[in-house]
Design a protein around this ligand. Structure first.
Ligand SMILES: NC(=O)c1ccc[n+]([C@@H]2O[C@H](COP(=O)([O-])OP(=O)(O)OC[C@H]3O[C@@H](n4cnc5c(N)ncnc54)[C@H](OP(=O)(O)O)[C@@H]3O)[C@@H](O)[C@H]2O)c1
Length: 265
């Protein structure tokens, strides 16, 4: 039988804006009750109002997910107030576009904290309930995890970590009804590309998709049970090409970065 969102509960992290907000609204429109969280309470309230038009029992929590010590307590609160979690969407994350020669260890660790350690803690805390309910875990990774883009060492490594964790988790959970999904967005037009403390990106060669474009592909992944998906889909072919010839791919990326820098100067 096709997987249906109707009657399910979903926790979407980082849903005050961007991809998280779009997924939360999309899931609610399909009949799921949604819990959303992020740091900005005012933005969460706006999203919650839109979600409640579809799913009145939905709710929100203001939380800094980089505070790792608070995660287990938060998971307990969510399970109690949402009545269990059927779908966990680990979406909250930050970019870090900074050249390796300007990176410091504290920055690298702070990116790992929100993009990797935090979703892993939340997943582990909710895992017993997810196993009991035959739930879904949707992890927002990135094409950066697979491609080695310029100035994204800290970010890409955090995404490669969540991708690797997700793949291994999918194998370990083979005797349960839990399914794991890795979503790799390419360039989706969100605030992520305009946040301070980031250097100019190298993504101008790719047309940004509107944020709504990610909703149907993720729902299709839930329905099909696909472990990994790219949005847009053609990034999957780019990644296949990279793995077929990593030397040529990294050489091409170096040439591209040099060309973009020359055009800027
Ligand atoms: N946009 C793309 O093209 C793209 C590409 C690849 C991967 N992704 C991934 O997709 C996910 C969503 O990104 P987006 O593009 O939608 O970016 P976004 O618009 O900047 O949204 C990021 C969300 O994460 C939340 N967040 C950040 N730090 C947090 C913290 N410490 N605690 C709680 N919430 C926090 C933000 O809310 P508050 O600021 O209110 O806390 C916001 O709701 C991220 O994991 C990102 O890496 C995006």
């Amino acid at each position: 039988m096709t997987y249906s969102l109707k009657g399910k509960t979903a926790l979407v992290t980082g849903a005050s804006t961007g991809i998280g907000a779009a997924l939360a609204e999309g899931f609610a429109a399909r009949g799921a009750t949604i819990g959303i969280c992020a740091r900005r309470e005012d933005r969460l309230a706006e999203v919650l109002e839109r979600i409640r038009a579809h799913a009145p029992e939905s709710r929100s929590w203001a939380i800094d997910l980089a505070d790792l010590d608070g995660i287990v307590g938060f998971a307990t609160t969510v399970e109690a107030e949402l009545g269990g979690v059927d779908i966990l969407v680990n979406n909250a994350g930050i970019p870090k576009r900074r050249h390796v020669t300007r990176l410091d260890p504290e920055t690298v660790e702070s990116v790992m904290r929100i993009n990797y350690f935090s979703p892993v803690r939340l997943t582990l805390a909710l895992l017993p309930g997810l196993i009991e309910r035959g739930g879904r875990i949707v992890n927002l990774s990135s094409v950066a995890a697979r491609l080695g883009p310029p100035i994204e060492g800290a970010y890409a490594a955090s995404k490669a970590a969540i991708t690797a964790f997700s793949e291994c988790m999918a194998v370990d959970l083979r005797d349960t009804d839990v399914q794991v999904h890795i979503v790799n967005p390419g360039v989706i037009d969100t605030e992520l590309f305009h946040l301070p403390d980031n250097e100019p990106g190298f993504h101008s060669a790719v047309d940004a998709l509107p944020v709504e474009a990610i909703v149907e592909p993720v729902i299709e992944m839930l329905e099909s049970g696909a472990i990994e998906g790219y949005v847009p889909e053609w990034f999957g072919e780019v990644v296949a090409g990279k793995f077929a010839d990593p030397n040529a791919f990294i050489a091409g990326t170096k040439a591209y970065a040099t060309q973009v820098e020359a055009e800027r100067s």
